[in-house]
Design a protein around this ligand. Structure first.
Ligand SMILES: Cc1ncc(COP(=O)(O)O)c(C=O)c1O
Length: 515
C-alpha cells in the first residue's frame, strides 16, 4: 500500500497509510465551533484588522477555547466568515506563528501550540491593609481624587494646563521629523541620566540670558519641575528634616515635601512675596535644611517678588547658611515692566541657590521636560538619584524639544502666551472687581489670580454651589501648610475665554453674595 486510504467502520474513521509514514493526529475546528468562537469578534475602528484577528485568537488559545494541535480554519474560510481580506487572516496567522502561538505547516494549515496558563485557586490579598504610609499620604493629598469630579461641561478656573491655541503642532511635527532623520538611533536608545547634551548646552545659555552665572554649575534634565524637586529633596534632605516654604505654596510641592516626610515650615506671604521678618525668625528658630521659593508668579498668589526683596531674601538665607531651592516655572509670563532676575542670578558665582526650571507653562506640559541647575559638586548625586528612579528623561522628547527650540520657537510661543494670557489677566482682574466681594486680591501676571474673601466664607461651600451652576475653581486652603484659610480661592484663566471669565466670575460673585 503506497497511498492513504480512509475507511469508515462502525462510527470510526480509519486511516490506512504506508508503514513508514508518521501520522499527526489533529483536531480540526468544526464549523460550529468556528462560528461560535469567531462570532464574538467585532472589529474596532482604528486598530489594524490583522492585529485584531491575532489578538482574538491569542485570547481563545490562552483561554483554552482552542486546544493544542487544533487546526485553525483555513485563511479562505475565516476571511469569508469575517468578511475581511484573505491577506489579513494570513498576516494574523503568520504573526501568531512568530509569537509562538501556532505552527504553520506549509500548504496544510495552522495548528495551535500548547500554551499553558496556570490558573490556580484564587489568591485574595487585602491590599488596603498593606498600603504604606506614603501611599496613604499620596491618596489624601491627591487633588483630583478629593475634589469635585467633572461630570459635566463647566467653566473651569481650576486647570493650569496651557491653552491649546498655544500649542504649535506644526512646529513640533517638523522638529520630530528633523530629529528622527538626524539622530534616529541615538535618541531611541538608552541615554544618560544627566540628559541630552545639546539641550543641556542650550539651557545653560538660556540661563545665562537670565543673568545666571553658570560657571561651576551644571544641569540635569528631569521630568518637569515635579521630578526635579523630588530629586533635589532626596539629595539634600533626610526624613524628619525641616524645610521652609512660602505659605501658601504650590500644592504639588507641598505634597512632595510631605511624601519625603519632611517637617514643612510655612512662612506667610505678603503682596510682594514672603514676609522677610517672619522668614528671618523662622530661619533662626528652626533647624532648616533648605527653603523652597517661587519668586515669580507664585502659585497660588500670583505675586512677583521685586528685585530688592530678592536681594534681601538671598542675604537672609546666606546669613543662616540655608540653601534656596528656586522654582522659576513661569517667570517668562511677564506682561509689563522689566525682567526681574531670578535669585540664582543674584547669587553670582555663589553656589547656595538650586534653580529648577520647567517648560510646562511656556511650552507643553505633556513633554515633561524640566531641569535642575546646581553646583557641579551636587551633580553626581542628583544624577545617581535620577538614574535610580527612572534611568533618564526620554531622550526622544528632549531631542524633539531641542530641535524645536533651535528653530527659535520658544520666543514665538512666549509671545503668543503673553498676548493671550495678558488680555485674560487684565479682564479677570476687572471682572473680579466688578462681581466678587473679596477682601484682598493678588496676582501680578501669569495664569491666575488669588482672592481672600470675608473670614466667614468657606470656599468649599462656594465651590459646591458654583459647580451646580457650571463653574469650578480651586479652593485656596489646599495651598496652605496647615490646610487653613478656607476663605481663599485661586482662579485660573489659562483655559477660559473672555466671555466665560465674565460669566463664571458673575456666578461666583452671586454665590458668595448669597452666603
Ligand atoms: C509653582 C509651580 N512650579 C512648577 C510647575 C510645573 O511643574 P511641572 O514642570 O512638573 O509640570 C507648576 C505647575 O503648575 C507650578 O505651579
Amino acid at each position: 500500500m503506497n497511498h492513504f486510504v480512509v475507511k469508515y467502520y462502525y462510527g470510526w474513521f480509519f486511516i490506512f497509510c504506508p508503514h513508514n509514514v508518521k501520522i499527526n493526529i489533529v483536531k480540526i475546528c468544526t464549523k460550529d465551533k468556528v462560528m461560535q468562537v469567531f462570532n464574538e469578534l467585532s472589529f474596532e475602528d482604528g486598530l489594524p484588522i490583522p492585529l485584531q484577528i491575532k489578538n482574538h485568537i491569542k485570547k481563545l488559545i490562552v483561554g483554552g477555547m482552542l486546544r493544542k494541535d487544533e487546526k485553525l480554519p483555513s485563511t479562505r474560510e475565516l476571511s469569508s466568515m469575517l468578511d475581511v481580506s484573505r491577506n489579513s487572516v494570513l498576516k494574523a496567522y503568520e504573526e501568531l506563528a512568530d509569537d509562538g502561538y501556532v505552527r504553520i505547516e506549509h500548504n496544510v494549515g495552522a495548528y495551535v501550540l500548547y500554551i499553558h496558563v496556570n490558573t490556580e485557586e484564587n489568591w485574595e490579598l487585602s491590599w488596603e491593609e498593606r498600603l504604606s504610609q506614603s501611599a496613604h499620604i499620596a491618596d489624601q493629598l491627591d487633588l483630583i481624587k478629593n475634589t469635585v469630579r467633572l461630570e459635566k461641561k463647566v467653566i473651569n478656573f481650576r486647570g493650569l494646563a496651557p491653552d491649546k491655541e498655544i500649542f504649535d503642532i506644526e512646529g513640533v511635527k517638523r522638529a520630530f521629523l528633523n530629529i528622527i532623520s538626524k539622530e534616529g538611533y541615538n535618541v531611541l536608545n538608552y541615554g544618560y541620566a544627566k540628559g541630552y547634551k545639546p539641550l543641556i548646552d542650550y539651557l545653560k545659555s538660556y540661563m545665562r540670558g537670565k543673568g545666571i552665572d553658570t560657571e561651576g554649575k551644571d544641569i540635569v534634565i528631569t521630568n518637569g519641575f515635579t521630578e526635579g524637586f523630588g530629586i533635589v529633596l532626596s539629595t539634600i534632605c533626610e526624613e524628619g528634616d525641616s524645610i521652609l516654604c512660602e505659605n501658601p505654596t504650590h500644592n504639588t510641592a507641598l505634597k512632595i515635601m510631605k511624601m519625603h516626610k519632611l517637617n514643612v515650615v510655612g512662612v506667610d506671604i505678603e503682596a510682594n512675596g514672603i514676609d522677610t521678618f517672619k522668614l528671618g525668625e523662622a530661619l533662626k528658630k528652626n533647624n532648616i535644611k533648605a527653603g523652597y521659593l517661587v519668586p515669580s508668579y507664585h502659585n497660588p498668589t500670583g505675586t512677583v517678588m521685586p528685585l530688592e526683596k530678592r536681594v534681601e531674601i538671598y542675604k537672609t538665607f546666606k546669613e543662616h547658611n540655608v540653601p534656596i531651592i528656586e522654582d522659576g516655572f513661569s517667570e517668562e509670563l511677564r506682561y509689563s515692566g522689566a525682567h526681574i532676575p531670578p535669585i540664582a542670578a543674584i547669587s553670582g558665582k555663589g553656589n547656595g541657590v538650586i534653580y529648577i526650571g520647567s517648560f510646562s507653562k511656556i511650552l507643553f506640559p505633556g513633554i515633561r521636560v524640566g531641569w535642575v541647575l546646581a553646583d557641579k559638586r551636587l551633580m553626581t548625586s542628583l544624577e545617581s538619584i535620577k538614574k535610580s528612579s527612572n534611568i533618564h528623561t526620554s531622550f526622544l522628547d528632549q531631542a524633539i524639544l531641542y530641535e524645536y527650540l533651535l528653530e527659535g520657537n520658544l520666543d514665538k510661543c512666549i509671545k503668543k502666551s503673553r498676548r493671550i494670557y495678558k488680555e485674560r489677566y487684565s479682564f479677570a482682574l476687572e471682572c473680579a472687581r466688578r462681581y466678587i466681594p473679596y477682601e484682598e486680591i493678588t496676582g501680578d501676571g501669569g495664569m491666575y489670580i488669588f482672592l481672600k474673601l470675608s473670614k466667614h466664607i468657606d470656599c468649599h461651600r462656594v465651590l459646591a454651589e458654583c459647580y451646580e451652576r457650571g463653574v469650578i475653581f480651586t479652593p485656596g486652603d489646599i495651598f496652605y501648610v496647615e490646610g487653613d484659610n478656607h476663605n481663599t480661592m485661586r482662579l485660573s484663566f489659562a483655559n477660559v475665554d473672555l466671555q466665560d471669565i465674565e460669566k463664571g466670575f458673575s456666578i461666583i460673585g452671586e454665590v458668595v453674595n448669597n452666603i
